[in-house]
Write a protein that binds this ligand. Structure first.
Ligand SMILES: [Zn+2]
Length: 158
């Protein structure tokens, strides 16, 4: 029996933060604000996977008020989510995702993101979709106030 889930996340830009997307540090004048490394793409993927398994969102696994996980790598979050799913007897079939960002240019980094995410989740690179688009200069993404991400995940019982 296959199950699917969706995830959405958004983080606002902040000065003096690293920009981490899909576990890749991207050179840019700003990063994303957040309690963890603020990897918006990995958070959307984590929520898609948890949703597919009938779990609640990553805020329940990783509280944004827990000082012991401040700055936690989102690759660690994805690995934890993989363990939660494995514990319930689920195997990840594939994930797909889209980053929505006006800047910086994402496309040179897509291959690195796919490699990182596939490693964290223990699935093939071919089973990880990462795409990027702009918001055509509209709305908060268009005004470069932050970056949004969407993800879907398919899982099945072992
Ligand atoms: Zn997030």
């Amino acid at each position: 029996m296959n199950r699917s889930g969706i995830g959405y996340d958004v983080h606002r830009f902040a000065a003096e933060r690293k920009l981490i997307l899909g576990g890749v540090e991207i050179p840019y004048m700003m990063g994303l604000d957040g309690h963890s490394d603020a990897d918006v793409l990995s958070h959307a993927i984590a929520d898609a996977l948890l949703g597919a398994a009938g779990e609640t969102d990553i805020g329940h696994l990783f509280s944004n008020t827990d000082p012991t996980i401040a700055g936690i790598s989102s690759m660690t979050i994805l690995t934890k989510v993989r363990e939660v799913l494995a514990g319930k007897g689920y195997r990840i079939i594939n994930i797909d995702s889209t980053l929505i960002a006006e800047a910086p240019r994402i496309s040179p980094h897509l291959a690195g993101m796919k490699a990182n995410i596939s490693q964290a989740l223990g699935i093939e690179i071919a089973d990880v979709g990462v795409k990027a688009t702009t918001n055509e200069s509209m709305g908060f993404v268009g005004r470069e106030e932050g970056i949004a991400a969407l993800a879907v995940a398919s899982i099945e019982k072992n």
